[in-house]
Design a protein around this ligand. Structure first.
Ligand code: SAM
Length: 247
């Protein structure tokens, strides 16, 4: 069937490719991959020899249009990213919109996603969550975003780079409150898979004292503001700032 297939791929353990994902990757005319070299490993593991082309965040509007034209003429294209679900902190948004605008069917497959996998084992409320993805690289931008999230009453979900995790935990403790519970979820589906839930202050201490926790791929979950405790949190934050400033 012609159309655009959104195909999630494993986030570490190659066994996590679904049977349907495998058969779609085998049967489409072409696979649009974020990084063809990276995805080659997965395809070789499953003996899939479907041709690949590259499609990433810097792909031009013209490339997007060409892919749509091919699908309109009957081609089936699978979109994959380096890991997990395309479009979740990954490329694909413009292609999906262009396909829809061109009346090309867009068929999403369910599958691996680091955010949802982390939530499932994080031990924090999952009835409501707020996906924040990557915080800004610079401290000032990061602190501003955290500030903006202060009163969100849903579990906060972040993707974070290993060399920034400690600074982020420290800033989050200062801005959101040291007592808020958080879960560090690291290296999901891989050898050093780690899930650790602690109040922010202790979690930061733990990560600071063990540099292994500053490696690999990380999802950080932080519990949301408590419905009634929101004002308290702001008060506690100001108190903490005052306490620092006072002799
Ligand atoms: N599209 C992917 C998904 O569905 O999860 C996310 C892509 S984003 C560019 C990559 C980030 O996802 C990593 O920096 C890390 O924060 C998180 N991530 C990916 N794989 C992970 C894993 N195995 N364990 C923990 N976090 C992971």
């Amino acid at each position: 069937e012609s159309g655009l297939y959104i195909v999630p791929t494993p986030i570490g353990n190659l066994e996590d490719l679904s049977l349907r994902a495998r058969s779609v990757l085998e049967t489409v005319d072409v696979i649009a991959a974020e990084d063809t070299r990276h995805s080659g490993t997965l395809l070789r593991h499953y003996d899939i020899d479907t041709p690949m082309i590259s499609y990433h965040e810097h792909s031009t509007a013209q490339t997007t249009q060409e892919l749509c034209d091919r699908m309109r003429s009957g081609a089936a294209i699978a979109l994959i990213s380096d890991a997990g679900t395309p479009l979740v902190s990954d490329p694909g948004y413009r292609l999906v919109r262009a396909a829809q605008d061109a009346d090309v069917p867009v068929v999403p497959l369910p599958g691996p996603c680091a955010a949802v996998t982390a939530l499932s084992a994080g031990g924090l409320p999952t009835d409501r969550f707020h996906f924040e993805g990557f915080l800004p690289n610079k401290a000032s931008g990061r602190r501003k975003r955290l500030q903006a999230l202060l009163s969100v009453e849903a579990t906060l979900v972040f993707y974070e780079a290993p060399h920034r995790i400690l600074a982020t935990l420290q800033d989050a403790g200062e801005i959101l409150g040291e007592a808020r519970e958080a879960t560090l979820v690291r290296e999901l589906t891989k050898t050093f898979e780690t899930v650790r839930r602690l109040p922010l202050a202790q979690l930061a201490q733990w990560v600071a004292s063990d540099t292994n926790q500053q490696r690999g791929e990380i999802v950080l979950l932080i519990s949301g503001a408590e419905a009634a405790g929101e004002v308290d949190a702001e008060a506690r934050r100001l108190l903490a700032l005052l306490a620092k400033a006072l002799p």
